[in-house]
Design a protein around this ligand. Structure first.
Ligand code: PEP
Length: 252
C-alpha cells in the first residue's frame, strides 16, 4: 500500500552540464523502470537542466534546501516558489549536513517544512542520530525530538505531502550502513510516534526512507524490512547505473 520511493541526494556535486548529462542518462536507464517512485535532488544550479532532461519521465526533481520566505531581501537564498517554478515538485529539509554545517535549528526546519508545503512541494524531512547519541542510548529520543520539532505542528492532511527519511549521521557517506535490523527498529519507532501523534491512518500511510551508504549490494536487505519504504541515497545516486540498480531493487 505504501509505494516505494528511491531518492537521490546529489549534494554539492554536478555542474549544470554534468547534471543534465546524468539526468539524460537516468531518463534513458529508467525508461522501463518498475512501479516505484523516483526523485533526485540536484544542486540549485543544476535543477533547470536536470528538470529539462527528465521532462516526460516520472522522476521528480527537488531542491536540497529552501528559504522560509517567498522572496525578497534574502541574499543567496532560494524560495520554495522559485524551486517550483524551476521544475521542482519536492524539497529536502533537515539533512544532517545542513543541521551540522549550517546550524539549522528545529524551529527553522519546521518553518522550512511549512514553506515547502506552501509552495506546493512535497517535503522529504530528514532525521537521525550521531554516533555518540547512539552510543549513549539516545537514538529514539533524538529522532522523535527532531520529528516533533520539525513536523509536530502539521495537520494530518499536510502530512500527506511529507516523507520522513531516517538517516543515522554515522552512516552518511561513511560506508557504514545500519544493519537492516537497526534501521527497522528506528523506522518502527518512528511509525509508532506518527501514529500516536496523529492517528493510525497517518501512521500506516507515512513513507519512511532509510538513508546512509545505501548501495546496490545492501539495498535488498534494507528494503525487505516492513517499515522501510525506500531509500535516500547520496554517493550511489551520482552514477546512472548504480542509481538505476537501486530503483530496480526488486529484481536484484
Ligand atoms: C545522504 O546524503 O542523504 C546520504 C545518505 O548519503 P550516502 O548515501 O552517500 O551515505
Amino acid at each position: 500500500m505504501r509505494r516505494p520511493l528511491i531518492a537521490g541526494n546529489w549534494k554539492m556535486n554536478t555542474t549544470p552540464e554534468e547534471g543534465a548529462e546524468l539526468g539524460r542518462a537516468l531518463a534513458k536507464a529508467l525508461v522501463d523502470a518498475p512501479a516505484v517512485d523516483v526523485a533526485v535532488y540536484p544542486p540549485f544550479l543544476s535543477i533547470g537542466p536536470v528538470a529539462q532532461a527528465l521532462r516526460g519521465t516520472d522522476v521528480a526533481v527537488g531542491g536540497q534546501d529552501l528559504h522560509t520566505e517567498t522572496g525578497g531581501a534574502y541574499t543567496g537564498n532560494t524560495s520554495g516558489e522559485m524551486l517550483a517554478a524551476a521544475g521542482c515538485t519536492t524539497v529536502l529539509v533537515g539533512h544532517s549536513e545542513r543541521r551540522t554545517y549550517e546550524q539549522e535549528s528545529g524551529e527553522l526546519l519546521a518553518a522550512k517544512t511549512r514553506a515547502g508545503l506552501r509552495a506546493g512541494l512535497w517535503v522529504t524531512f530528514c532525521c537521525g542520530e550521531t554516533d555518540a547519541q547512539r552510543d549513549a542510548g539516545d537514538t529514539l529520543d533524538v529522532v522523535r525530538g527532531q520529528l516533533a520539532d520539525g513536523l509536530g505542528g502539521l495537520t494530518a492532511n499536510e502530512l500527506r505531502n511529507v516523507v520522513i527519511a531516517y538517516e543515522p549521521v554515522w552512516a552518511i557517506g561513511t560506508g557504514r550502513t545500519a544493519t537492516p535490523e537497526q534501521a527497522q527498529d528506528v523506522h518502527a519507532a518512528i511509525r509508532a510516534w506518527v501514529t500516536s501523534t496523529w492517528d493510525a491512518g497517518v501512521g500506516r500511510s507515512m513513507r519512511i526512507l532509510y538513508g546512509g551508504s545505501v548501495k546496490p549490494t545492501n539495498v535488498v536487505g534494507i528494503m525487505a524490512k516492513p517499515d522501510i519504504d525506500g531509500a535516500l541515497v547520496g554517493g550511489a545516486s551520482l552514477k546512472a547505473d548504480s542509481f538505476d540498480a537501486l530503483v530496480r531493487f526488486q529484481s536484484l
